[in-house]
Design a protein around this ligand. Sequence first.
Ligand code: ZN
Ligand code: ZN
Length: 770
Amino acid sequence: MASPFPVSLGSETASSRKVSSSDILVRHTKQDGKAATVLPEPGHNNVLITSALPYVNNVPHLGNIIGSTLSADVYARYSRSRGRNTLYICGTDEYGTATETKALEEGVSPQQLCDKYHTLHAQVYKWFNIGFDHFGRTTTPAQTTIAQHIFVKLHENGFLEERSMRQLWCPKDERFLADRYVEGICPKCSYDDARGDQCDKCGQLLDAVDLIKPRCKLCGSPPEERDSRHMFLRIDALQPETEAWARQAAEKGAWSSNGRYITESWFKEGLRPFSLTRDLRWGVPVPVEGMEGKVLYVWFDAPIGYPSITANYTDSWEKWWRDPDNVRLYQFMGKDNVRFHTVIFPSCLLGTREKWTKLHHISTTDYLQYESGKFSKSRNIGVFGDKAGTIGVAADVWRYYLLANRPENGDAHFSWREFIARNNGELLANLGNFVNRVLRFLAKKYDGVLPPIPEGLGLTAGPEPLEVRSEDEDKSPFATLIRQVNAQLRTYVVAMDAVRLRLGLQTALGLSQRGNEFLSSVGLDNKLFAERRAECDATMLLAVNLIYVLSAVFHPFMPETTDDMCRQLDAPPRTVPVEDRGIVDLKDDDEDGSSGGESSFQARERLAKPRFALDLLPGHKIGTPAHLFKHIDEKMEEEWRVMFGGVQSSTAAAAGGKKEAAAAAAPPMSKNKAAKLAKEAKKQKKIANPTPEYLELERQVGEQGETVRKLKEAQKKGGGGGGDNDVKQTEVDGEVSKLLKLKNELQALTDQLSSLEVKDGEGQAQASTA
Ligand SMILES: [Zn+2]
Ligand SMILES: [Zn+2]
């Protein structure tokens, strides 16, 4: 397991290690700084990153992971590899009714339940190499202190109002019952087992007081209605300033269009007061006299988890959270969480009349679906974090796949076929191939030592960036490569600064593709080495240094792989080779000339200063080359689909199909049925923009299917007695094989078109979310 931070290869420079001593080159690692605590420094780029706190009572699935923690991790790693002061905070959200009821079901205390699931969450993220600076939890004294402080300030400033609510009270248990603690008959469909918050049969959202014949879930006795006093947040009174703040923040922090849209729709509807308190035990006590036995609403205190978890990381937490002038806050979450971060939490902070670090950039994702349906824990469908490790595929491959499919504009779909195709076709054939081919050649022909710089090719050793004098003057493969690398680096940093992670990853992959093309254009082989040594030497110097660049640009996405690349290069982890002009706010760089029809993205791209240089110097000796990725057999697609398809419990499959485990496996379903379902899933893969060719093929498949169906029917009727009406088996077989051929063609076209759609996705962003 790689450390969440880049490996420190030690500052003692081996004599065989010849690396440019430029101080902006080396990426500082956590192990370097003896004081492990990261604190903001005035006047520097201080980046505070959070991912939505996962609710504690379940195991996160792949959709949850890409939606918040993994995306935030990529940005945090990128930010560190630009030399920025970065803190990444997350933890489990543990209070509330859902935990209390689940603990009741499992027969443990809420604290025990939280302990169990907190550990589980931490293990999952560790396996995925999510590099939090601190992964904490909300059930701590710091949470109580900070949440109560904010609540009291809101009260003092007149933003809280006491109101009375009709609620159900259990005389036997002597407590008010939260909606989930009440069951009864649904007033809409008469289902007699409806929960107080929702009817499972008709889906109607309910208020417990609406249930017919309600009963207490704890003891079964009928509750009575009583008045309960609660504190309401006058969020309506704060709306004008929250709105003004949000508009400005959205501009400055370049919020995604769906982030803006969701936020605006809340303002448009008008904010309404809501209760900040609950009749529950599992929570932060309400710090108001006469409200003993009540706790703060979990959605009020959940975002307070960010500062309180930071307070458990360092006593100087206020340096991060109370200094909006020196800290930029980046928050990552799924789209369902947006309003809590752009409207409710900022309103609460504004209402304290104190200085708080508020949201700078919000990064939201849509949903990741599993194959053609939803992840479901109860039906055992889809890959949950604790099971990803059971199929023997490295965490980095999972990370790569999820990030390449990050649902940035519309929902995305997890597909085993694509998972395998991306590993074999992109990681192995593109990145892995380039790195291995170059390093093996150097090891074999040069004994692993970089040659001296050949004369007359315009190359200079680092730290000076490689330069190409003019495009017309030099069209050599060397000059072409240098130009291409610098251009791609520009796009990469601008994409990553704007948190367009998918584009960043595509650009990184484009860089290794340029590398492969470079090797082809110079014709790297034994003959080049024997007959045109100067060119061969230049090829090695540039290619090995490109690998060093790749180790930096892929680091945020695949940290174990890039640690491995650095080991094979025997070089310290490095920064992205682009001069840092600081984080430029999109609206701040107007004076730099984003006018004249040039988009802000293009303007920043033009201003970025890449510095591809020969930082691994002549005489540097590399380590031992090894393959970075493993080929995955295409046959595994069907196996994994069955394994994770809700057909058989994945634990049973992982245990090698032990009988008892198989017997315990949830829904009984035959193998045939499973295969059929998998087939259906394949069939249902929809093409958003079908071509005429596709539509025609689809029609032919339908027509041929009908022919086969009719033929089989006739065959049945004929009874096979040898009469004139008998349909010969050979005829049926012939039509069936025609059908299969058409279906295969359609499948191939579907795959081809859907792979194009993945690539085109970026460009469609604005259209689909506008
Ligand atoms: Zn109902
Ligand atoms: Zn009761």
